[in-house]
Design a protein around this ligand. Structure first.
Ligand code: UDP
Ligand code: MG
Length: 153
């Protein structure tokens, strides 16, 4: 398993409005993941429809798109060992009522339609989503001596 796996994590509009951006970032930093891209954006409908292309046709798709368009989101790329799967574990279940305490959704929200954060569900999705949200030059390939020395053996 590679130490440089990347995942796409976003704070959704409700998370931004509720002032939870810092807390969500803190959890990934605390765990030892490296932030390699971050921006606040107000995505277009088209952009979101591509992002959620696999869910087109689901009954909740229109409300999901309008929820995601209700304000700015904070888009991030986090890098580290098993980042995609661990990112999902840190987020919790899609339905916050089924998310364990200690997960982001389990600690900060209660409804599926206001579940405050997004995380890629596979390495393939992560690569697709990172390329969809970020230009190559917006991703910062840098070395953290502290992480290299003290997070990894
Ligand atoms: N969603 C919803 N109702 C549902 C399922 C999903 O509103 O019954 C929303 C929810 O915000 C979720 C997003 O659609 O986070 C994407 O759904 P997905 O199944 O990909 O869940 P996730 O990967 O975000 O856990
Ligand atoms: Mg998903």
């Amino acid at each position: 398993m590679a130490n440089n796996e990347r995942t796409f994590i976003a704070v959704k509009p409700d998370g931004v409005q509720r002032g939870l951006v810092g807390k969500i970032i803190q959890r990934f930093e605390d765990r030892g993941y490296k932030l390699v891209a971050l921006k606040q954006v107000t995505p277009s409908k088209d952009h979101l429809e591509v992002h959620y292309q696999d869910l087109k046709g689901k009954p909740f798709f229109p409300s999901l798109i309008s929820y995601m368009q209700s304000g700015p989101v904070v888009a991030m790329v986090w890098q580290g060992l098993d980042a995609v799967k661990q990112g999902r574990v840190m987020l919790g279940a899609t339905n916050p009522l089924q998310s364990a305490p200690g997960t982001i959704r389990g600690d900060f929200c209660v409804q599926t339609g206001r579940n405050i954060c997004h995380g890629s569900d596979s390495v393939d999705s992560a690569n697709r989503e990172i390329a969809h949200w970020f230009k190559t030059e917006e991703i910062n390939d840098y070395t953290s001596d502290q992480i290299n020395k003290w997070v990894y053996e």
